[in-house]
Design a protein around this ligand. Structure first.
Ligand code: SF4
Ligand code: SF4
Length: 552
């Protein structure tokens, strides 16, 4: 048991370290690529079979050899649920010794997701354990930990300054925030609360990866063996977290449900249980839980049908007839390196790893802005923060290649959109103020100013062939609420793997060139205190706000 506890703790720690280093360290997506349902069904939806799925193949091979050891030892979702079970599950004596056929539900979830994947739609992220747990730690726990750190640093500031601890005095922690964080939290509250019904409720009944591994674990080479010393006391039945042991015949177990936790072995007062590759037990295999064929077919068809409806855009039509069936909202800006939209939606498994890796926190999960198919997918939100023109973190960490890795030489050319100016909002155009904030912060020198006879100050224009859509301007625009300069996905370069961003950009006539950083201020203040928009329109800069000059 000690070995298992240490292995699980170590795997969880490695998972967390990789997540914290997402985008910065190699193989930060390793655990995601181990998830067999996630990788298998994303690969099916993408119609792609590449070496990146190798870790999942190894996990599946391990199930043939030793059963569901991935579930029992490696899966961070399982370990997290075990911790929640420790706190919330009733004592083993009070648990019903179930041996339930409802464990079939997970097979139907798997076939539902497989039906959708056959139609090119990825729904597996709703239930795949690694996608869920990465979202939980990356989008909920990580920001909370940083927020606590930030509070601690603030509280410690007086002591640090008295002791002249400069590193602590000037330490700044900027906790990220994510749009769907609260939803993810509620989802996990329900998953953890299910411990009141049974331990490892998720793994027993709902996990599609567990189902896939269960199919491969019906006759593992190394499995539970019970010697004739067993006196049928049933203590192992009550303590098995997966209800894998037959209450009427404790010497028998459903190996496909067993996660090799070896609880039964350690708790048996007669030392009658052992896990070994004993060929003699092969003849005494217990009948498996077989999902009903009709329900398997039905759930597969249901998945395919749901995917088809989502693909036609009917879901969006039902929501708003004025949208004329488009499934993609016009203003979704995908991160640099994102595949063309349909391929991107097939490949993205909504793990949120890219968002956790994004150093500026501009990447946010979207709700239904991109239709049902785009739910929880990542989008750049320049008003919140810009996309760093030198950063490739999201592509470096994406497990499926939905966001491609971009070589740093190519990064400048990976245009994600184009800024447009809303003149009726602009201080220079509409309110006849002097403002050049967008020009000051633009790293691509994509703004030019025109002196017009009818206006007192020069007014901005976007040089579209120079704009990369990074969003520095939209982020910094001092107009409150909606900025006067806004990045749209117009002219975004979305390529398939193997194509060159530089070639694509040059052949479309773009002249993207980043200005040396030291010639630009890092970032202008995004707004000025006291500014407001009377009647929801005009901002009023108080006195000499940054970037303004009332002069003249
Ligand atoms: S795009 Fe982001 S959320 Fe989607 S699979 Fe890649 S890393 Fe995960
Ligand atoms: S490239 Fe942009 S969107 Fe992607 S992680 Fe970096 S800053 Fe965020």
């Amino acid at each position: 048991m000690m070995f298992r506890r240490m292995t699980r703790a170590m795997c969880l720690a490695i998972f967390l370290v990789l997540l914290a280093g997402a985008g910065k360290i190699a193989a930060s997506d390793l655990f995601l690529r181990m998830d067999p349902a996630l990788t298998g069904l994303a690969g099916l939806a993408m119609r792609s079979l590449t070496w990146i799925w190798l870790p999942a193949v190894i996990v599946m091979a391990s199930a043939l050899l030793a059963g569901r050891i991935f579930c029992g030892y490696i899966c961070p979702m399982g370990t997290t649920i075990d911790v929640a079970d420790k706190c919330l599950a009733p004592a083993p004596k009070k648990q019903k010794a179930s041996y339930a056929p409802s464990a079939r539900l997970k097979y139907y979830i798997l076939t539902f997701a497989a039906g959708a994947a056959l139609c090119g739609v990825t729904f597996v992220y709703w239930a795949a354990p690694l996608s869920l747990i990465t979202r939980f730690y990356g989008l909920v726990v990580y920001p909370v930990v940083l927020m606590i750190g930030d509070q601690a640093v603030t509280a410690f500031y007086p002591i640090a300054s008295r002791m002249d601890l400069r590193t602590l005095m000037f330490l700044e922690i900027d906790p990220p925030r994510f749009a769907t964080g609260f939803f993810v939290l509620l989802f996990f509250a329900a998953v953890f609360a299910a411990a009141r019904i049974s331990p490892r409720f998720w793994c027993r009944y709902l996990c599609p990866s567990g189902a896939l591994l269960a199919i491969l674990s019906r006759k593992p080479l190394i499995r539970r063996r019970v010697s004739p010393d067993c006196n049928q006391c049933g203590i192992c039945v009550r303590n098995c977290p997966m209800a894998a042991i037959d209450p009427d015949a404790p010497e028998q177990a459903r190996h496909e449900e067993c996660i090799v936790c070896r609880q039964c072995e350690s708790i048996c007062p007669k030392n009658a249980v052992a896990f070994s590759a004993d060929a003699a037990t092969a003849r005494r295999l217990h009948p498996s839980v077989s999902p009903a064929r009709r329900q398997v077919i039905f759930s597969g068809i249901a998945g395919a049908a749901t995917a088809s409806v989502a693909l036609t855009g009917l879901n969006v039509v039902a929501r708003d007839l004025s949208e004329k069936g488009t499934v993609r909202e016009a203003r979704i800006i995908r991160p640099p390196g994102a595949l063309p939209e349909p391929d991107f939606l097939e490949a993205c498994v909504r793990c949120g790893q890219c968002m956790a890796a994004c150093p500026t926190n501009t990447l946010q999960p979207v709700w239904f802005e991109a239709g049902l198919l785009g739910l929880f997918s990542p989008a750049v939100t320049p008003r919140r923060k810009y996309c760093d023109p030198e950063c490739t973190a999201c592509g470096n960490t994406c497990p499926t290649g939905a966001i491609q890795k971009i070589a740093s030489a190519e990064r400048t050319w990976a245009k994600i959109g184009t800024a447009v100016i809303y003149r009726q909002q602009c201080l220079a155009w509409e309110y006849k103020k002097s403002c050049m904030v967008c020009d000051e912060v633009c790293p691509y020198d994509a703004l030019e100013f025109e002196k017009r006879p009818d206006l007192p100050y020069p007014v901005p224009h976007v040089k579209e062939d120079r704009c990369a859509g990074c969003g520095h301007c939209e982020h910094a625009c001092p107009v409150y609420n909606q900025a006067a300069i806004v990045v749209t996905p117009m002219d975004a370069i979305r390529l398939r793997p193997g194509q060159s961003f530089e070639y694509a950009a040059k052949s479309r006539g773009f002249k993207l060139k980043k200005e040396p950083q030291d010639q630009k201020p890092a970032s202008a203040a995004p707004a000025y205190p006291g500014a407001d928009i009377p009647d929801g329109r005009a901002p009023q800069p108080p006195g000499m706000a940054p970037g303004f000059d009332e002069g003249g």
